[in-house]
Design a protein around this ligand. Sequence first.
Ligand code: DGY
Length: 325
Amino acid sequence: MSANVYVTRLIPQSGLDLLTGAGLNVEVNPDDRVLTRGELLAAVRGRDGVLCLLTDTIDDAVMEAAGPQCKGFANYAVGYNNIDVAAATRRGLPVSNTPGVLTDTTAELAWALLFAAARRIVESDYFLRDGHWEAWGPMQFLGSDLKGATLGIVGAGRIGQAMALKSVGFEMNVLYTDAVARPEFEKALGARRVDLDALLRESDYISLHVALSPETTHLIGARELALMKETAILINTSRGPVIDEAALVEALCARTIGGAALDVYEREPILAGGLTDMPNAVLVPHIGSATRRTRGAMAEMAARNLLAMLRGERAPNCVNPEVYG
Ligand code: DGY
């Protein structure tokens, strides 16, 4: 197949091999960094397809810059809030994502964050490295137990359910919110569907797993944080803007909640003022899907989607199938 595609940042080789193996002319951003807006607009010009990342804003202007020969945008992420899908649909351009392959990896990171916050791992690690540890102490770094605690899952889709399923060994009670009831999930775990306010009031650990949309932006703000238990821990591996980060800093500072453990931020890579000063926050840089196996699988999935678009076939993970009529 002779086509000209652009990959906006270096991805695992197995994905690139699929593209070059199909005979495509593949150009990859040579610098391991996010393209500036100007660079992105220039880089997509004249391409038959683009493999893009969640850090690239793919709006109508980018699609226009790509040109009428462009056959679609394959996003290297399950979330695709960085793409104006409505604009793509108007232009008849398919957009794809990478669902499924990162479900467990992201759920595992949510657990890593939960443990780190519950047992104050990061705080105590700093304490030790900084040379403050003089002796074992009965009151040092007291954390929270998991056994018998209540886990609140906000959004019981693929990742939310995977996280909840892993709670079985810890004998936790599971609550969840979702737009629809999930009877099989309820049966498997004895999970109970409640409204968000009830979940916030009753849970010891609250893990967010909703897609970003106008409805979920600032789903957790000052009012919602005020409903949480003083000891409760908020975990976010979904998208940063789901939490009003300034309100979260206030709650952490006033200690009206127990803590937060975050993988995602409202204005990545910028964090709300004061967040990094909070000892009761565990902060990692959007690494939910960052394992070698999963990032490789994401690269291959994005490449397969792009190849299908270029062949004029239905992309297996198309998020706007209406473009196929
Ligand atoms: C996604 O895929 O949406 C994650 O945020 C990054 O892997």
